[in-house]
Design a protein around this ligand. Structure first.
Ligand code: DP6
Length: 361
């Protein structure tokens, strides 16, 4: 599909008012999206596990009004309170998606959101938040165009979510989602995420992710600044090529179930992401002493037990510990006994791979 396919024909139905609620998860990238071109086009393809427990719930209330040429009419409520600080981000999102949702200026909206994870946990909520909002708008559009099919609904939701935040386009479906054109991934696109449809070995079913909250409060590098670092970065082209290669490797690994090889790709991706930040101008160092302490403990744990827990990182100090379901008992014990002490207020979140966003009754 091209972006023209997402511009709707005149709607057949009309709608005065209503509300809709979606719950959408966060996701954790295995091959990282870092660097983008204009219009939220990724510089390289990425793949992520969709998560299960870390979710945003968004209710969109809408009321038809006199169409005005001026601005969008919306109110934001976050966990029960008005939230003006989100306004610029939502305003920008609405501007970007308006060509694809031409009804936006015909309604007054109230957008109510809440997260399942603690506020200021340092977990990026833009993926779950933007995907939930995109889905709400799509549910409204579906009422204006009742014949819309499911495939179009899902693709366009991901397409719109991408315009809010790149990684958000990987949160609509489960369990593994690819975003960005890749030669050997069927139907992959720069415009939206698609489920990874190749064979996936039993070893990767119900994969676990424990998020170790090393540094909850502090602001990560904003994504705008972060992605910009890849413009004129001395290693950019090599990095983008490496992402393609790593996706090829993961494709084979998902088929074979080779956990040792999985670890090599995933940990290298995480360290490369941080290496890109450390070698850009300006440079950023986002790992904290406790991030490194945890990583070293993970290396030791693997050596001593032969188990397969590995780490990945976002653009921040928190560590995502990924491990197979059948090693959960020993790994959870390891977290309690040896990793918890490095987390702020001993906090961590146990999550696992999930199946994507859900519409609430
Ligand atoms: C490090 O999706 O937050 O988490 O498109 O500017 O909103 P924007 O960026 P964003 O970047 C996520 C970067 C990452 C890696 C990843 O999730 O692939």
């Amino acid at each position: 599909m091209t972006k023209k396919d997402f511009i709707p024909k005149p709607y057949k139905s009309s709608l005065q008012q209503g509300e809709v609620t979606w719950e959408s998860p966060s996701n954790i990238a295995l091959v990282k999206y870092w660097g983008k071109l204009e219009n939220q086009i990724p510089a390289n393809p990425s793949i992520s596990f969709t998560l299960d427990h870390c979710r945003t719930t968004t209710t969109l209330k809408f009321q038809k009004k006199q169409r005005t040429a001026s601005n969008f009419d919306f109110e934001l409520v976050f966990e029960g309170e008005k939230k003006e600080s989100f306004r610029p981000k939502i305003q920008k999102f609405l501007e970007r998606v308006e060509p694809y949702l031409p009804f936006l200026k015909d309604y007054s909206f109230t957008i109510e959101t809440s997260n399942s994870f603690p506020h200021s946990s340092g977990i990026a909520s833009s993926a779950s938040g933007m995907s939930a909002l995109a889905l709400c708008f799509m549910s409204l559009e579906k009422q204006l165009d009742p014949e819309m099919d499911e495939e179009y609904f899902t693709r366009k939701s991901s397409f719109l979510a991408r315009l809010g935040s790149g990684s958000a386009c990987r949160s609509i479906e489960g369990e593994l989602v690819v975003w960005g054109m890749h030669n050997s991934i069927y139907q992959s696109s720069d415009l939206y995420g698609v489920p990874f449809r190749d064979e996936v070995h039993e070893n990767f079913k119900n994969y676990r992710d424990t998020i170790l909250l090393v540094d909850k409060g502090e602001k990560q590098v904003s994504s705008t600044v972060g992605h910009d670092l890849m413009n004129d970065h001395p290693y950019a082209e090599t990095r983008f090529r490496q992402a393609h290669d790593n996706l090829d490797k993961l494709k084979k690994i998902f088929r074979s179930g080779d956990l040792e090889e999985f670890i090599k790709v995933v940990e290298s991706e995480a360290l490369t992401l941080h290496a890109m930040m450390m070698t850009s101008q300006p440079y950023f160092l986002l790992m904290k002493p406790n991030t490194l302490a945890i990583i070293n403990k993970i290396f030791r744990f693997r050596e001593e037990t032969g188990l397969h827990a590995c780490f990945t990182l976002d653009a921040g100090a928190n560590v995502h510990l990924l491990y197979p379901d059948n090693e959960a008992e020993q790994t959870l014990e390891f977290i309690e006994n040896e990793l918890k002490q490095y987390c702020q207020n001993s906090q961590y979140i146990n999550d696992k791979v999930g199946s994507g966003a859900k519409k609430m009754a």
